[in-house]
Design a protein around this ligand. Structure first.
Ligand code: ADP
Length: 380
């Protein structure tokens, strides 16, 4: 059989990530990022220029997209709203509906739509498919999905907890069940996706029952630049008293908060160096991050009642030994016994709990591009 390949595009406001994936073998053929889109000093003026640059990078790798077995282009779309919860073939009608969803995800969906528009123009002969970050959480139980606010208002404006990073939570929970050698539908698990964006989920038999992100990806854990959970009263207080506008507040909470807001640095490798050199703000930021994470782990253990597996994934979850240790330290009474040696060594998918730990703790590298590519071919 000749190879079939899927080009996966993750188009953000200032960066465009791409990966050419073989959905059958799972191999990545090429990958790259075009950064600083639209920034004043940048040569990449817009998403059109960014995608052309991505194609040039692929050509430099000897890949001709017109003649490499490309069967689909998969687009990561952050918000699918109420309507989209399956991989969806992008046509003019679907794109128009996605545009209507932009108010729900003003920071995320518009750049994805720009990426879709130029990709369809440049590669008109292959199907383009949207895969939604919210999809996995579409069937969250009502008790977990509903905010306790005026019901009619919530219904009128589609306000509920949607959840994000769904592609990663679904992929990692599948991998984790396979790793422990049990059918997915028998495993109760917690997935901790800790990257620049961070989210937790509780999954029963392959179906999510809780997740930390809400209407937008702002809710939940402390993140690189987002506050995570915050009293909604802060919004009105800043609006009324500090005379900040809605956009200013939104931008502050999403782009200048979290670890960056507390320590002036969002990258956990740098944050670690700062802590080691005695930076008190960096230490406090780390402590706030860990405290929130532990609070969520405790909450999800209670939501699940019985937990079989906890998995760490994404940049911090896969690589930061201290975060994993501090997140789970002293939880022996709750059934969690980390093995310090295992936690500090090894790479790739692995067990980091002791063999006698009632709850198995794993590191499971996420692979959202592969999951998106597989979603795409499942639709073809
Ligand atoms: P995203 O995909 O959300 O942009 P990633 O999953 O790539 O983010 O995670 C980025 C985070 O992971 C950064 O804070 C980075 O410092 C952290 N990270 C990556 N590698 C390591 C490492 N070896 N040790 C500690 N943290 C790491």
């Amino acid at each position: 059989m000749t190879d079939r390949l899927v080009l996966v595009i993750n188009s953000g406001s200032s960066s465009l990530k791409f990966q050419l994936v073989d959905p059958d073998s799972g191999a990545s053929r090429a990958t790259g990022t075009v950064e600083q889109i639209g920034e004043p000093s940048s040569e990449v003026a817009d998403h059109d220029a960014a995608l052309r640059r991505a194609f040039d990078m692929l050509a430099d790798d000897g890949i001709d997209l017109k003649d490499c077995g490309l069967v689909a282009v998969g687009h990561r779309v952050v918000h699918g709203g109420k309507r989209f919860h399956r991989p969806t073939l992008l046509d003019d009608e679907v794109i128009a509906e996605l545009q209507e969803l932009s108010p729900l995800a003003p920071l995320h969906n518009p750049p994805a739509l720009q990426g879709i528009e130029v990709a369809r123009k440049l590669l008109p002969d292959v199907p383009h498919i949207a895969v939604f970050d919210t999809a996995f959480f579409h069937h969250l139980p009502p008790a977990a999905a509903i905010y306790a606010i005026d019901r009619e208002l919530a219904e009128t404006w589609d306000i509920r907890r949607y959840g994000f990073h769904g592609t990663s939570h679904e992929y990692v929970s599948g991998q984790a069940a396979a790793f422990v050698g049990r059918p997915l539908d028998e495993v109760n698990q917690i997935v901790l996706h800790l990257g620049n964006g961070a989210s937790a989920s509780a999954v029963v038999g392959g179906r999510p029952v809780e997740t930390s992100m809400g209407l937008t990806p702002l809710e939940g854990l402390v993140m690189g630049t987002r506050s995570g959970d915050i009293d909604a009263g802060v919004y009105s207080y800043l609006f009324r008293t500090a005379k900040m506008g809605v956009e200013e507040i939104e931008s502050m909470l999403n782009k200048r908060s979290g670890v960056l807001g507390l320590a002036g640095e969002r990258d956990f490798r740098r944050l670690r160096e700062m802590i080691q050199s005695g930076d008190a703000a960096a230490k406090l930021a780390y402590d706030v991050f860990i405290h929130r994470l532990r609070k969520y782990i405790g909450a999800y253990l209670a939501v699940l009642g019985h937990t079989d597996v906890i998995s760490f994934t994404a940049g911090i979850g896969e690589h930061d030994v201290a975060v994993r240790r501090d997140a789970l330290a002293g939880l022996g009474e709750l059934g969690i016994e980390l093995d310090d040696e295992r936690n500090a060594t090894g790479s790739g998918e692995r067990r980091i709990s002791r063999d006698d730990s009632p709850i198995t703790v794993l590191v499971v590298p996420t692979n959202e591009e592969l999951a998106i590519a597989r979603d795409c071919v499942s639709l073809l």
